[in-house]
Structure formats: C-alpha cells, structure tokens
Design a protein around this ligand. Structure first.
Ligand SMILES: [Cu+2]
Length: 95
C-alpha cells in the first residue's frame, strides 16, 4: 500500500515538473472536428487517446460541437500525430 502511495506521489511530482516545463514550451492550438462520436464515452476516449501523445498538453472535447480543442508543444508534436491518435481511438477527423 505504501509503495503504491509512493508511486502515486512520484507521478504527481513528475506531473508538476511537466507542467513547469510546459510554461516555457512553445504552445500551439488546434481544433479538430471529429466524426463518429455517438455517446458521452466517445469524446472521453478521444481525449484520453490524444492526451497520450507526447507533447500534448491539453485536450478538451465538446460533444455538442463535435470538436476537440488541443493544446500542444509544437516542438514535440504536430497535427498529424494528434489526428493519428483520434483515429487510433476509433474516430475520424472531419476535413
Ligand atoms: Cu460512445
């Protein structure tokens, strides 16, 4: 149990470090139109998948508008990789 706690703490610390470096990183924003969302779980799944992309700082899905707003470090990732993550989650990026 204590080990799990320690691990959780170190995760929090590394997250803090990440958000610190994010403040100095180059930020870019992208809004994708996603098709294929049929329930509330779909946007959540898409967000989770996109957030796993290295360099993505934030992913905010809007189920009603069918959009996904992504904030990312454009030195670490780009629209292509982000779109790939959407596809990987099982959805399509509408052009
Ligand atoms: Cu769904």
């Amino acid at each position: 149990m204590a080990r799990v706690m320690r691990r959780a703490t170190s995760v929090v610390f590394s997250l803090m470090l990440v958000s610190c470096s994010v403040a100095h990183a180059k930020e870019a924003q992208l809004t994708l139109h996603v098709s294929g969302w049929h329930c509330a779980m779909c946007p959540a799944k898409t967000e989770a998948s996109v957030k796993k992309v290295k360099g993505v700082q934030q992913a905010q899905a809007d189920f009603d508008k069918k959009t996904l707003a992504v904030t990312y470090d454009d030195e670490k990732t780009g629209p292509k990789k982000i779109e790939k993550a959407v596809v990987k989650a099982g959805f399509e990026v509408a052009k």
